[in-house]
Write a protein that binds this ligand. Structure first.
Ligand SMILES: Cc1cc2nc3c(=O)[nH]c(=O)nc-3n(C[C@H](O)[C@H](O)[C@H](O)COP(=O)(O)OP(=O)(O)OC[C@H]3O[C@@H](n4cnc5c(N)ncnc54)[C@H](O)[C@@H]3O)c2cc1C
Length: 392
């Protein structure tokens, strides 16, 4: 065992492992409790050769090109604009909600004045959160905002989070905007890419360094011990110089202040003997009972598997995270409420007592990080870690 221990092999743990190994010339041990690397970006080929993202569909999108350049060191990427449709009132409408959706939902005649008003009210803005429409002083805009909110948003959000929309942190609500144009790309960022060989291959290349020792199928918590008096951390009785933790922070401290809330997903797969099943790569179902969206993975891969005679859809059923439940034992989305943030702050204070714990990533920092933010954040954290290693 080395003295720098990294827990988790998602982007956060893998980027930090590579940077420390390469730029600090230090040996690191990376411990992963799943039997595979890659965290929630993990993908694998199914029995037909379709590349399936086991923990839900992931699309890399960023306004910062250095993120793409950073990842290209570990594998080839290809541009891919993500497209979604929403199934509302028996028909498909454009998602993101955009000017086309206005025409689809209110009809072309009524849309004429509404589109003019939206252009004027949100002049120069690319995307606007739905709540801004709801709260707008113009009754026509506000009525349309409410229509979207009621038909598509309230039900989807309630299913996704198991909460009423007003109980959820605004940061999460801001994630579903309306495009102030006919822009049909689901995500608005300038650079949208996918790794040609998949995310797992990219992360495998990142972890492939002589200074990195990866141990999968090992729960780090069974090996880590805290000495509260001495403020010491050991791993298998050996003193740890630095513990970089990307897992659930509440679990790191034995849930001593209680469990942080997460939403989980039960992802169910359906195969059909057809080359194509859905009209678009992802369909969202705000009005359906129990499930939120379906992904047809064949439509988002590089095109190499288009001749496969079958196709598959993965449908997401949101559930409350429960580590003891067979279907709900993966923490997907942190539930950001005032209470959960306070609870999280107590765990951070606990970690700070030791002085050598680095918390990084969506679980350890209890934040909804998109991959681009997660990558940039890990690169920033590395600068801090490098300084500490050099000073030691
Ligand atoms: C359904 C879904 C869809 C998403 N789609 C997108 C998208 O389209 N675009 C985008 O930019 N972002 C997306 N994201 C966000 C993206 O998944 C995160 O940014 C990314 O996973 C964060 O990586 P991470 O390394 O911080 O965490 P993770 O990938 O979760 O890695 C943490 C790792 O730590 C391991 N671990 C935890 N505890 C222990 C332990 N005790 N011992 C050993 N190992 C442990 C876990 O097994 C896991 O492998 C999506 C997220 C979800 C949930």
């Amino acid at each position: 065992m080395n003295d720098i221990i990294i827990v988790g092999t998602g982007f956060s743990g893998s980027i930090l492992a590579r940077k420390i190994a390469e730029e600090c010339g230090r040996q690191v041990t990376v411990v992963e409790k799943r039997d595979h690397i890659g965290g929630n970006m993990y993908d694998e080929y199914d029995q037909y050769g379709i590349l399936v993202q086991k923990y839900g569909p992931h699309f890399l999108n960023t306004n910062k090109y250095f993120i793409i350049e950073f990842l290209e060191q570990y594998g080839e990427l290809f541009p891919h604009d993500t497209h979604l449709l929403s199934f509302i009132d028996g028909g498909y409408v454009q998602l993101p909600f955009n000017f086309r959706t206005v025409q689809q939902l209110v009809g072309p005649k009524k849309s004429e004045s509404l589109l003019a008003k939206l252009r004027e009210a949100f002049y120069g803005r690319d995307r606007v959160p739905i709540l801004e429409l709801v709260d707008h002083e113009d009754p026509e805009i506000s009525e349309y905002g409410n229509l979207l909110f009621e038909k598509a948003y309230r039900t989807y959000t309630s299913k996704q989070w198991g909460l009423q929309p007003e109980q959820i942190d605004k940061y999460v609500l801001d994630r579903v905007p309306m495009a102030m144009s006919f822009d049909a790309r689901y995500l608005s960022k300038d650079f949208q890419y996918l790794p040609k060989e998949g995310f797992t291959a990219l992360i495998r290349a990142m972890l492939d360094h002589p200074n990195i020792d990866v141990r999968c199928g090992m729960d780090a918590l069974e090996h880590i011990a805290f000495d509260e008096q001495q403020r010491r951390i050991t791993y298998d009785d050996r003193q740890v110089e630095m513990l970089i933790f990307t897992g659930n922070i509440d679990e790191l401290f034995g849930l001593k202040y209680g469990r942080l809330p997460y939403r989980s997903l039960d992802i169910r797969y359906t195969y059909e003997d057809k080359k194509s099943i859905l009209p678009e790569e992802i369909i969202s179902y705000p009005q359906a009972v129990g499930y939120t969206r379906s992904t047809e993975y064949k439509k988002i891969t590089y095109g190499l598997d288009q001749d496969i005679p079958v196709s598959m859809i993965a449908t997401e059923y949101p559930l409350e995270y429960d580590p003891d439940d067979e279907k709900a034992n993966i923490p997907y989305y942190p539930v950001l409420t005032e209470d959960s943030q306070k609870l999280y702050a107590r765990y951070v204070a606990e970690a700070e007592k030791y002085g050598n714990i680095v918390l990084c990533g969506r679980l350890a920092e209890f934040k909804y990080y998109n991959m681009d933010v997660c990558i940039e954040h890990a690169l920033e954290k590395f600068k801090e870690i490098k300084g500490r290693i050099e000073r030691a």
